[in-house]
Design a protein around this ligand. Structure first.
Ligand code: NAP
Length: 291
């Protein structure tokens, strides 16, 4: 599949489709090329902080597959998100969304109404837990810190989807994808982030239940460990790296987010039309093993 290097509008898409038609009639043109998986899709990507962010890999691949992308960033990281946006094939607009800030969500919804009207895809790539919530002692954090971890890392999926619900419904087949870390088991050091991910897994099923009649799908990608800013802040992250190095049937590269990005883009596309409330494991197969 050819990679695209610049954004095209709807008319260009039609031109490409027409040329492809010509090609199928035997009149192959040097201008014809296969359509991207996300051609004509409008997608909001949260969680791009640096070019190591999982969301950066998703935004890049989404653009290469034909999507129009808007990024969101938050707080002190917002200027970093804007700088990182310039590294994408087409520099996207960056809007401010701290998921704990209702005014940001309302304002962002208004902005997207004016810009696009509908939203075909939404990537939730947001996680945060105060330091006391991580590190290998589940008793250390009190409710104040735990509530922050749960709000930012789990409840935020409902907050985001709720804010853009009319835009998602207007698409008539939209896809919400969230990034997960397998929460069926207890991991070293992951502590309250693990609890937050378990909440997010459950929440994704309830969102799938309540949005199905609007043809909005809600799925998660449970990724293996990838070295990002968030990952590096987990003391004990190296134990994940060791686990994946020895246990992944397919092998695993902690510096490669391509497999995760491809799964997200596939779920954002029209190629999973009857899949919702699902967790797709992109972890080299580690989740499938007992010991
Ligand atoms: P990352 O690049 O550090 O991204 C985390 C993002 O969350 C940052 O953009 C951060 O922005 C954002 N964020 C934190 N608090 C926020 C808030 N209140 N409002 C809005 N955004 C907020 O790390 P990442 O690893 O790519 O993480 C993305 C997602 O993937 C997370 O849900 C993470 O749990 C999940 N995941 C990661 C791995 C891994 O190994 N890396 C594996 C499985 C799942 P600011 O810093 O500006 O607040």
């Amino acid at each position: 599949m050819h990679m695209r290097t610049r954004a095209r509008g709807r008319s260009d898409v039609n031109v490409a489709a027409g040329l492809a038609e010509g090609a199928s009639n035997g009149r192959l043109s040097i201008w014809s090329r296969p359509m991207g998986l996300l051609e004509n899709k409008r997608i909001l990507v949260t969680g791009v902080l640096t070019d190591s962010s999982l969301a950066f890999a998703v935004a890049k691949l989404a653009q290469e597959q034909g999507a129009e992308v808007v990024l969101s960033g938050a707080g002190r990281g917002l200027s970093l998100t804007r700088r990182t946006a310039r590294k994408l094939p087409n520099e996207p607009q960056v809007i401010e969304i701290d998921v704990t800030n209702t005014a940001h969500l309302e304002h962002a919804a208004l902005e997207l109404s004016e810009r696009w009207g509908r939203l075909d895809g939404l990537l939730h790539a947001i996680g945060f837990a105060p330091e006391s919530c991580l590190g290998g002692d589940i008793f250390r954090a009190g409710w104040n810190d735990v509530s922050v971890a749960l709000e930012v890392s789990a409840y935020s999926l409902k907050a985001l989807v709720g804010a853009f619900r009319p835009h998602l419904a207007a698409a008539g087949g939209a896809s919400v994808v969230g990034l997960d870390f397998d929460a069926r088991v207890a991991w070293p050091a992951y502590d309250w982030m693990g609890v937050a991910k378990a909440a997010m897994e459950s929440l994704s099923r309830y969102l799938a239940r309540d949005l199905g009649h609007d043809k909005v799908r809600v799925n998660l990608v449970a990724a293996g460990p990838v070295r990002t800013i968030a990952a590096k802040s987990i003391s004990g992250f190296s134990s994940f790296e060791d686990t994946w190095a020895t246990r992944a049937p397919l092998g695993w590269d902690v510096n490669d987010s391509q497999a995760v990005a491809r799964a997200c883009v596939a779920l954002l596309s029209d190629w999973f039309p009857m899949t919702t409330g699902e967790i797709v494991h992109v972890d080299g197969g580690v989740h499938a093993l007992g010991a």
